[in-house]
Design a protein around this ligand. Sequence first.
Ligand SMILES: Cc1cc2nc3c(=O)[nH]c(=O)nc-3n(C[C@H](O)[C@H](O)[C@H](O)COP(=O)(O)OP(=O)(O)OC[C@H]3O[C@@H](n4cnc5c(N)ncnc54)[C@H](O)[C@@H]3O)c2cc1C
Ligand SMILES: Cc1ncc(C[n+]2csc(CCOP(=O)(O)OP(=O)(O)O)c2C)c(N)n1
Ligand SMILES: [Mg+2]
Length: 568
Amino acid sequence: MKLSGAQILWESLVREGVTEVFGYPGGAILPAYDAMLGYPIRHILVRHEQGATHMADGYARASGKVGVAVATSGPGATNMVTGIATAMMDSSPIVCITGQVGSKLIGSDAFQECDITGITLPITKHNYLVTRAEDVAPAVLEAFAVAKSGRPGPVLVDITKDAQQAQCVVDWDAAQPQLSEAEDEALPGDGDYHEAVALLNQAERPLILAGHGVMQSGAEREILELAERGRIPIAVTLLGIGGVPANHPLNLGMMGMHGEAWVNHAIQEADLLIALGMRFDDRVTGNLKTYALNAKKIHVDIDRGELNKNVKVDVAIAKDLKSALAEWLPHLEKHDRAACVARIDELKGDSAVRDIQNLPDNGHLYAAHVINDLWRLTGGDAVVVTDVGQHQMWEAQYYKHNRPRSLITSGGLGTMGFALPAAIGAKVACPDSEVWVVVGDGGFQMTMPELATIVQEGLDVNVAIINNGYLGMVRQWQEFFYEKRYAATPLIGPDFAKLAQAFGIHGTTVTRRAEVADAVEAARRSGRAALIDFRVEQEDSVYPMVPAGADLHKMIRRPSPIVETAAD
Ligand SMILES: Cc1cc2nc3c(=O)[nH]c(=O)nc-3n(C[C@H](O)[C@H](O)[C@H](O)COP(=O)(O)OP(=O)(O)OC[C@H]3O[C@@H](n4cnc5c(N)ncnc54)[C@H](O)[C@@H]3O)c2cc1C
Ligand SMILES: Cc1ncc(C[n+]2csc(CCOP(=O)(O)OP(=O)(O)O)c2C)c(N)n1
Ligand SMILES: [Mg+2]
């Protein structure tokens, strides 16, 4: 039976198990939208195509499945660029479908023509320009295979209007992708598990650095077995949060620029670093010249390009993490490493100063308190989607995630405006999960029209705005490094509670800590979307902080004892 290119597109998506897509229509993608009505697909109408890509990304990160975003040619496609780059930097599998002008018009500066495959070449894992109906199924099916195989990432399929309209018969068997599985094959010079295990068994002060790859590989169980068998403490990256339960005694917490002080000291004192599914981002290492000089290093990453890229290592293994760890585990000796664990406890210092629940607020509303209360009130079980800035770091420090995929955040690109749409994607993927957006007053104003998407789709997504009246993270840099010259960081916004009400969402404002619990509980109980505007301390800063490019152990510490993150 003949199908149109537009029908083949949806048939391919259905065959890939897609049930929801996030999109926005327009002329060049209209044949596809018309054909969509004949397929069992829920279309979520966004308010801006950037939102569609972040929603697809949030969907992918929450579920482990591929998220799908759809847009028209020209401005529709270019609006997707930020979301595609965000997904690329954090290895999130999304497929973006764009309409393109008719194939005969390409190159003529036709209405809403733009070379989106050219534009997105460096920010996609792969992309396709499809000009014939016959090529739609092979391109779309391969796009899914590329997006989710090996190191996941975004793929774009640009389909001309005539390819959507033309008809052909599809041989679905012939259209199946033929990707080689070369990633796991060792090459000369690669380390192997014998060398890794030998280093592991000898080490006295080893430390596991657990990244996003732990969850992407599904190696949560194996990494705990490794840690427990060898009694090896674990530090996590921002994107690794949730891959190891926060309440596990061997989980020390986050490393890096705003990581825990004792974690960064433990890295500098370690005699072996075991880097698992993390890519030694500059936010993680600080000055490479002084980074973990006492340590031998093992690095496992599915992407060979990450090995010896930022940090030179002694054993480099290009392999899926779960299968690498399965190879190591039978050869690991049991250790108790009492001295190593005792030393880290010593680095932690007096843990009572970390218990911010018990610290006085002196009548102020601190963001750290709000987030810690949110953690307590939600039992640590919510999926929290954060934006970018100070609130993002406080969330990482004070919301304790015990479940994989329960923190969704833009790490590598650091995209403000990510949280609200990504949370919509997460809620669509996991309708039974409680979903909270934790967002700054700046980032919220970048994508707030997506509140209308929440209402139109009847989604129960709660929004906590950490409103400090500043582009806080930039203000913090100005305070520390530009002598408090606050150029373009004071920021006004609308009355967010009233704005929410205008959208048909319940909105409240909270100015005192005593009001936090009632507001959060009311939002949770309502069974529908709610927004809380937390008017927090305006000039608070995130501590500790390793200044960009500084030595990892040289952290700026909080001068006053309130909301201290570690004892000196
Ligand atoms: C304001 C701000 C402050 C920040 N501060 C910090 C900070 O203090 N600390 C911090 O940690 N981060 C911080 N970040 C985030 C930081 O920029 C990076 O995004 C983060 O460190 C990356 O973590 P990752 O390497 O675990 O994840 P990714 O960048 O996602 O890398 C994951 C790695 O795992 C590999 N992988 C994927 N699948 C597999 C598999 N199956 N098997 C093996 N390997 C696999 C990938 O190839 C990749 O190399 C900050 C970001 C912002 C915006
Ligand atoms: C799209 C985008 N533009 C600019 C930046 C640079 N930037 C990083 S954090 C930040 C301030 C964020 O302010 P806000 O959303 O209010 O969060 P806060 O830091 O106050 O918690 C800015 C401007 C960015 N990360 N993303
Ligand atoms: Mg702010």
